[in-house]
Ligand binder design. Structure first.
Ligand code: HEM
Length: 452
């Protein structure tokens, strides 16, 4: 059987509405094209499964394997992944969080660019498509390679488009290509494989060029960013390490990081813009809170966060309702194992249905309604935050979570501090594009400058 994303997502809603057909419950198996698959619809089960070493693999998916040469972080299995993950986390600590002010100032620079671009387009319908992609990449890029892109640079615009093509899965033909590899091989154009691969090769090729550029001002042993730290590792790595020159891991690893970042943080900001524009009463409540803490400064800073519980609730609600990584990335068993009394064979694909967890009516009242208040108690303290897992959980959870959370806070708070947002007659479509992530379709809103 070939289920679409929407059909799998729908199971949780069917479960709760006393339907006596198609009730799959918290765990069920399904054949997705060539992939024997187990779907987990329940948070406790996902947390338990994703802790187990047997569930840590990624299924072989032709498009990703071909573009990244079976290397990198996101789409491969085995010990190399953990060597690369640990290194990224160590670098993020060193370059982003030991000197948080520096990293924050890079994000603030990008926000200033965004605010002035919005300022040039106030009081009229503003077309939003990949609007936040380059600014959110730039903040990250300064930590990764110590540079930024001009927003008008055609090279980075093309890269964003390629990343989007690579991760896209829109339409039946694309899903067919994703799960039925023979269909993709026989009809590469019809299933979208050609477009996806072209996008993937462009992204990894761009990073390869970035590596070959080297870094003339680098002082060995004194890295200033992720790339320079990589170069130090590269020069001393043992032959079995994924950092050894013969393994050539850099393009795939940094390409995966770029891909994971480009289609997530920016799209979550888009969803915040859409939901707050469509819900003016929540937007007003947020702005009242922002006004009360900002004082006579021009921009909100990360230090303001503890004083902004409603803002935190808004971010949690946007992450819950948009469920950008609806299924996270697919997991895959690397040996036979027992789970919850079931025998799960080696090479089984595991889908943690994060969307289901975030929309389960047994946990969330009216789950399709945008209501940040569900994350606050009467004393305005945050609650229920442990009931969502937008960055997944366990051994392969998202390594960009802290960076993403800082960017989400700073971008969303500052945009809504400076501008009121309203919808035009063409209301945004709440049905997302389908792919590895679920960004919104292009939409339009009107920005109106606030008097502050
Ligand atoms: C709102 C923003 C983001 C969301 C919602 C998000 C969500 C996720 C999810 C659900 C996964 C799958 C985890 C799993 O397989 O169990 C993931 C993986 C990953 N994310 Fe994120 N992510 C975001 C931003 C970022 C950023 C900014 C970066 C880079 C700095 C990043 C880097 C990665 C990487 C490299 C992986 C693959 C990890 C692995 O395969 O071991 N993510 N993310």
């Amino acid at each position: 059987m070939l289920l679409t994303n929407h059909e799998i997502k729908a199971q949780v809603r069917l479960k709760s509405r006393n339907f006596n057909v198609l009730v799959y419950g918290p765990i069920f198996s399904v054949q997705l094209g060539h992939l024997r698959t187990v779907v987990l619809n329940d948070l406790k089960l996902i947390k338990e499964a994703y802790k187990m070493p047997e569930f840590m693999g990624r299924p072989p998916q032709a498009v990703f394997e071909r573009a990244s040469d079976k290397k990198g972080i996101g789409f491969v299995s085995g010990p190399d992944v953990f060597e690369q993950r640990n290194f990224f986390v160590k670098c993020a600590r060193q370059f982003c969080y030991n000197d948080r002010g520096h990293f924050e100032s890079k994000i603030q620079d990008e926000i200033s660019h965004v605010l002035s671009k919005i300022g040039e387009n106030v009081n009229q319908p503003c077309k939003m498509e990949h609007f936040f992609s380059i600014p959110t990449i730039n903040a990250l890029w300064s930590f990764l390679v110590g540079e930024r892109f001009e927003h008008s640079d055609p090279k980075i615009k093309h890269l964003v488009k390629c990343a989007s093509d690579y991760l896209s899965m829109d339409g039946i033909a694309a899903k067919l290509g994703y799960f039925v590899t023979v269909a993709a091989k026989l009809f590469p154009d019809f299933t979208g494989l050609t477009k996806q691969l072209k996008g993937g090769f462009s992204v990894y090729g761009f990073i390869d060029q970035e590596w070959k550029k080297g870094c003339s001002s680098r002082v060995p042993g004194q890295p200033r960013n992720y790339k320079e730290a990589w170069m130090d590792k590269f020069e001393t790595a043992s032959t079995n390490s994924s950092f050894h020159p013969s393994r050539n891991y850099f393009p795939a690893t940094l390409g995966d990081i770029l891909l994971a970042a480009v289609e997530t943080t920016a799209a979550t900001i888009d969803w915040a813009v859409i939901y707050l524009a469509m819900n003016p009463e929540h937007q007003k409540k947020l702005q009242d809170e922002l006004d009360s803490v900002v004082g006579n400064r021009d921009l909100l800073a990360l230090d303001d966060r503890p004083q902004l519980p409603y803002m935190e609730a808004v971010i949690h609600e946007v992450l819950r309702i948009s469920s950008l990584g609806a299924f996270g990335l697919l997991h895959y068993t690397t040996e036979d194992c027992q789970f919850q009394g079931f025998s799960i064979p080696d090479k089984t694909c595991i889908i943690g249905n994060l969307y289901a967890v975030h929309h389960d009516p047994e946990i969330w009242e009216s789950p399709q309604v945008f209501r940040p208040e569900r994350f606050l108690d009467e004393s305005n303290a945050l609650i229920n935050t442990e009931k969502i897992v937008p960055f997944s959980t366990g051994k392969r959870y998202c390594i960009g979570e802290s960076i993403a959370r800082d960017e989400l806070f700073l971008f969303i708070a500052n945009i809504f501090y400076k501008f009121n947002l309203i919808c035009t007659e063409n209301k945004p479509d709440l049905n997302p594009c389908q792919g590895v992530t679920s960004p919104p379709k292009p939409y339009e809103v009107i920005f109106i400058r606030r008097q502050n």
